[in-house]
Structures are given as structure tokens and as C-alpha cells.
Design a protein around this ligand. Structure first.
Ligand code: WTA
Length: 645
């Protein structure tokens, strides 16, 4: 959602955030961070990284285990296909879990899991390693080897991390599909990756209901997915499932066998660790590929410095493992840093709206990393829920997924952090793998700004020719150099990698976001410049929803736009032209909404489906969503010279 320059809350609030100060008001970090943070000498960090970015990254890389040291930190001879730590040999699993086995971290909780019904489980680093070893032996018994692909479709339970880690250990490339996606969405992703195995559960819990994930997977497998040889099912919900003889295997039976544990594969730094499909501007998702070496260094370093991780931290990132935030900052980042990470299967406002605060208090969470949509939802519930709990355990807060508006920022700062906790608003993407624009704990913050690029990263705001725009003006957010966790390519589609990110404005990485910088150099992210939606922080594309709608038998054409929403940030609205013989009705509108849900998944909720007789199009027949949006929101449609009618 675009951030207005002087966005002031319109309604009157009860809290002390009643009067918003100007956007230049600085929120200074508590004393402790200025004196005592990992990045307390932040000016020196920025200077060091600017003078010698490769040296800066190499220093942090040296804190992680390498079987063979790299020859070159950054090889840009084939740019924009960059190589990081080329010649180095390592494995992300060794950095995340194996290296802790020889230290005191072994007996510490890697994950504390809590289920929706309040059940808890604690898994130490030692137990995690043991389970991963057993599961990797099970995977080997199915003849899975380095380079093979495995799909994972699971709720937020410890076994999702076990599955990811066992793959990475063996050099198998995992592709996690968010459990809110439909059978068709699974099928698309499994077929593109040619996954041999899919790992799922008998079910999951959400707001008191049991969802049968295996059933969804079964639908995907019966519709296609010829590459799948087996599905592995974790027994979790004790939901009755039908097992297909020869194809379906129980996870608990697979790990109970006494099989030889495969060695951890020695991977080239540049070898792929995982694929994560994300929405682009077309109906076909992009398979973003991340490596072992560069990814591990980027994620480890950013989490350590930005969240100031300490051994005693209990860290809670409320994301789902099915998104990049879950990969980098629930699984790999916290594990590499040896902290305890809280994993929660439920939703933060169920069964009571203060569930999240009750959990922070009970688990003594020290770092909370969440999304603006959740903060706004909690603010809507009011302050009583937060005030009912002792949140003095918190020392640092984080935000991710969409721009955080100043009002939500201040609510988070005052009521959750009690003005003691700095807020790290981290701007990044599936493609960047790691934080890119974000503060460090000791820097002076502005409510709603993601601060400046992380040390070693050069970001700019430019016009469409690539020229920097002056402070105060909006433009395209670009990155001008490479960073360790940069995506390697798009799976089997290097051409799309080049076209999407590097050709529209030559010489830089095009993020797809709009931003402006203020006179102090602070970045204010304004939202996407392309047709990518952010609904409650979930990334979807207009084209994906449109293609789901036109697959309905009554529909001839559809145009989807994002509309600002006070809680979700953005919601989708669809304009639909029906085929002749079909008449508009509220029932049909509802049926189309259900159809979208079935085709993409429950996450693709489309708030409104309206029927129209015409859509604004270019002469070549492309629907001009920009014009639809301008009409809907009463904005200036911009250049309409290509509009046909
Ligand atoms: C948006 C999520 C403003 C942005 C990690 C980006 C943000 C997209 C922020 C990537 C933030 C993420 N402030 N906008 N702190 N963080 N975004 O790939 O539009 O799911 O391009 O990765 O989320 O979404 P993705």
C-alpha cells in the first residue's frame, strides 16, 4: 500500500499515539543497544562494508564451517549470474545444525513448538540432528540423491524443519509449498520442479478445524504430477487418511528403521539448496533458486546483526515455513545462530484475541518478528489484550512483508515494545533471500521507514531510465551490486531471470517496488510497482487470480486489482465479463470466489467480484489494470494514450 508522505491517522485514537509527530521524528534506540549491541559501532560497520564489501562478507563467512575455503568471494565475470564464495565447499545443514553438535548448543532447544490446542514440544539441537539423520536415511532408502527435488506441503510443525534439513543435508533440493495453496497450485509447482517425493501430514489445525492436507496432495497427484514416486505422511492430526499401497509411506515408519545414516553431502558453494516458487506478474509462478554458500552467509549475518541475536534469546517469527521468511528466519537463520526459535501451528488470535501476547509472556519471548497486517489486526482488538500480559521479556521487535504505516509502527512501538524495543522494519524479498533495507538496533528510527541498506548493499531510487531521483521523489527501488543471498536464477528459466530483474533497467537488479528517500537518506517503501499483490503479507499476482477466474465456465474475461485495506494492507477486487448466456447474480459472484479459492487456495481470498460489460484494454488487447484501479480509487489513471476505448 503506498505510504503517503505525511500520512497522519484520520480517526481519533485512545492511546498516546493520538498525535503523530512529523515523519522526521527520531526514535532513538534504548541506551543498551547503543552501548552493547552486536552492531553498536554501526558507523564503523557501514564504513567497513562500503570500503571493502567482499572483505566484510568474508569475515562473516569465516564464522561458518567450510570443508574447503573459497577461492574468490565474489565472481562477477558472468554477471548477473554472480558466484559467491566460488570454489568453496560446504553444506547449509552443517552450518545450521551439525556444527552445534560439538558445543553446548547441542543440549539447547532449537525449537519450542506449540500447537493450536496448547500442546508443546521442545526439540534440542541434538535431537534435531538425530531425527534429521534418521529421516535422511529414510530418504536414501527411497533412492533419493543429490540434485533430486522433493516437495514439502506441511503445517507449522517441527517435522517441516526436519524435512527441509534432511533434504539439504543430502543435497536434495526442497520446494516448500505453502499449506494454504490448493491442489492445482501444488500440481503446478511439483510438475515444474519434477519432484520425486512429496512430504505432507495427515492434517493440520486451524481455528478449531482439522484440514486434511493429504487429501489435497492426493487430488494433486491424481490430476498429474507424473514425477512423484512416493508421498511421505507425517502423522499429526490423527485424521483418517487413505494410504495408497506402494506410493504412500508413513514418516514414523520410515524413521523407525535402523538404516545407515548418509554422509552430509559436500556441496559446492553455488550448488542449489532449495527452490521456492513465488508470484511474478504472469499466471506462472517463478522458481526462485537459492544456493548453499552465499545464502548461508547472507542469512546468518543479517539475522545476527539486525536482531542482535544472543544465546539466551527466545526468538519468535510468526511467519509460515512456506514463505521465504520461514526459510530464512524461522529455520536456517536462527539455527545457524544457535538460538531457540518458537514454532506455532495456530493463528495468533485464536481461541482468544490475545493468544499472541499470552504466548510471548509464557515462553519469555525476547524477539518478536511479525507482519504489519497482524499488528494492525491486534491494534484493532484494542490495548486491553496487550496490557493484560507482562511483555517485559521482549527486547527487540521486527516487521516484514509489506510497508508498515506509521500508525501501526507507533502502536507496536508503544504498546508491545513499551518504548523500550527498537523496531527492525526489514525490507526484502523471496529473491533477495535476506534482509536488504533495514535498520541496525542502535540507529535512530523513523516510524514507517525501513531505514537504509544493510552494510555492503547499494540501493537506489531511480526513474525508468535508471537515473537516481532526488530526495523526496518516488521511483523504482533498485539494487546496484550483488549480495551473498541473491537468487541464483529462476528454475529452468534463466531467460525469465534476466528479463524480470535485469533487463527493464539495465545494469541493476529491479526489485519491483516503489520507494522514496528522504533528505536524511532514509528509505520509505511505497509498495509494488508491478502487478504483484500483497494480501495480508501473502504474495500473489493479479494474473494468477485472473487466470483462476477465467477457468470458471461462465467467465469470458477478468481483470483483478489490489485495493488498499486498513488491516490486510491490500485486498483483491475482480472485474468480470461473463460469457453470453450467463447472467450476473450474487450467487454467481460467490461461486466465482469459491472457484478462486479452489484453484489457488484459501489464501487468495478475493473480497469482491463484480460484473462488467467492458474492461479497459490496450489496442493489443491487454487489460489495463492501472485504469481499473484508478477508476475504483478515484485516482489519476496516468498515461492512457494506449487505451483502446
Ligand atoms: C514487500 C517477503 C515494505 C515488498 C520477505 C517486496 C515489504 C515483497 C517489506 C516481497 C517491508 C517485504 N516494507 N514492503 N519491510 N518486506 N515487503 O517475496 O513489496 O513474499 O517486494 O518476501 O514484500 O515479498 P516476498
Amino acid at each position: 500500500m503506498p505510504e503517503e508522505k505525511n500520512s497522519q491517522p484520520k480517526e481519533k485514537e485512545e492511546s498516546t499515539t493520538e498525535v503523530l509527530l512529523s515523519e522526521d521524528t527520531l526514535y532513538n534506540a534504548p541506551e543498551l543497544f547503543a552501548r552493547n549491541a552486536r552492531a553498536s559501532d554501526f558507523e564503523a560497520l557501514y564504513r567497513r562494508a562500503e570500503a571493502d564489501p567482499e572483505g566484510f562478507w568474508a569475515d562473516f563467512a569465516s564464522e561458518l564451517p567450510w570443508k574447503k575455503k573459497w577461492k574468490k568471494v565474489l565472481d562477477d565475470s558472468k554477471k548477473p549470474f554472480y558466484s559467491w564464495f566460488a570454489g568453496g565447499k560446504t553444506n547449509l545443514y552443517t552450518a545450521a545444525v551439525e556444527r552445534h553438535q560439538a558445543t553446548a548448543v547441542k543440549d539447547k532447544a532449537a525449537f519450542i513448538w506449540e500447537g493450536e490446542n496448547g500442546d508443546t514440544r521442545t526439540i534440542t539441537y541434538g535431537q534435531l540432528h538425530e531425527t534429521v539423520n534418521k529421516f535422511s536415511a529414510g530418504l536414501r532408502s527411497l533412492n533419493l540423491n543429490k540434485g533430486d527435488r522433493v516437495a514439502i506441503y506441511m503445517p507449522n510443525i517441527p517435522e517441516v524443519a526436519v524435512a527441509m534439513l534432511a533434504c539439504v543435508k543430502m543435497g536434495i533440493v526442497h520446494s516448500v509449498v505453502y499449506a494454504g495453496f490448493s491442489a492445482q497450485a501444488i500440481q503446478k509447482r511439483v510438475e515444474d520442479a519434477e519432484a520425486k517425493v512429496i512430504i505432507t501430514t495427515d492434517g493440520s489445525f486451524r481455528r478449531g478445524k482439522t484440514l486434511s492436507l493429504k487429501e489435497v496432495v492426493d487430488q494433486a497427484l491424481s490430476a498429474g504430477c507424473p514425477s512423484i514416486q512416493h508421498s511421505i505422511i507425517v502423522q499429526h492430526a490423527k485424521n483418517p487418511v487413505t494410504m495408497k499401497e506402494g506410493r504412500d509411506l508413513w514418516y514414523h515408519e520410515l524413521i523407525a528403521q535402523d538404516l545407515p545414516v548418509p554422509d552430509t553431502e559436500v556441496m559446492d558453494s553455488e550448488d542449489p539448496a532449495f527452490i521456492l516458487y513465488t508470484s511474478g506478474t504472469t499466471g506462472t509462478p517463478k522458481g526462485v533458486v537459492h544456493s548453499h554458500g552465499g545464502y548461508m552467509v547472507g542469512v546468518y549475518t543479517t539475522l545476527k546483526l539486525v536482531f542482535d541475536l544472543r544465546e539466551s534469546d527466545v526468538y519468535w517469527c510468526t511467519a509460515d515455513p512456506g514463505w521465504i521468511t520461514g526459510h530464512s528466519y524461522i529455520v536456517y537463520g536462527p539455527l545457524m545462530n544457535g538460538v531457540t526459535s518458537l514454532l506455532f501451528e495456530g493463528v495468533p488470535d485464536y481461541p482468544k484475541t490475545d493468544r499472541i501476547w499470552e504466548m510471548v509472556e509464557r515462553h519469555h519471548v525476547t524477539i518478536l518478528y511479525t507482519a504489519p497486517t497482524l499488528i494492525r489486526m491486534m491494534a484493532k482488538y484494542g490495548e486491553a489484550g496487550v496490557k493484560a500480559h507482562d511483555l517485559s521479556c521482549l527486547r527487540l521487535l521486527g516487521s516484514v512483508g509489506e510497508p508498515i504505516n506509521p500508525k501501526a509502527w507507533l502502536w507496536y512501538y508503544e504498546h508491545v515494545g513499551n518504548k523500550r524495543c527498537p523496531i527492525m522494519d526489514t525490507w526484502w524479498q523471496t529473491e533477495t533471500g535476506m534482509f536488504m533495507i533495514c535498520p541496525l538496533p542502535p540507529v535512530p528510527l523513523k516510524a514507517g521507514s525501513a531505514y537504509k541498506p544493510f552494510p555492503g548493499i547499494i540501493a537506489d531510487v531511480v526513474d525508468k531510465t535508471g537515473k537516481s531521483v532526488p530526495p523526496g521523489k518516488g521511483g523504482f527501488l533498485v539494487i546496484k551490486n550483488s549480495w551473498p543471498a541473491q537468487l541464483k536464477t529462476l528454475f529452468r528459466n534463466p531467460q525469465r531471470y534476466l528479463e524480470t530483474y535485469f533487463e527493464k533497467i539495465p545494469g541493476v537488479y529491479l526489485t519491483g517496488d516503489m520507494a522514496r528517500r528522504d533528505k536524511d537518506g532514509y528509505f520509505w517503501i511505497q509498495g509494488r510497482s508491478d502487478d504483484v499483490l500483497k494480501i495480508a503479507g501473502h504474495r500473489l499476482s493479479n494474473a494468477e487470480i485472473e487466470s483462476a477466474i477465467v477457468s470458471h465456465p461462465a467467465v469470458s474475461e477478468a481483470g483483478v486489482i489490489g485495493k488498499p485495506d486498513p488491516v490486510k494492507g491490500e485486498v483483491a477486487k475482480a472485474f468480470v465479463i461473463l460469457k453470453s448466456g450467463f447472467a450476473p447474480s450474487p450467487e454467481l459472484s460467490q461461486e466465482i470466489r469459491q472457484h478462486i479459492r479452489k484453484t489457488i487456495g484459501p489464501l487468495a481470498v478475493t473480497d469482491e467480484v463484480v460484473f462488467v460489460s467492458k474492461l479497459p484494454k490496450t489496442r493489443s488487447g491487454k487489460i489495463m489494470r492501472r485504469v481499473l484501479r484508478a477508476q475504483e480509487l478515484g485516482e489519476d489513471p496516468g498515461d492512457t494514450s494506449t487505451l483502446e476505448d
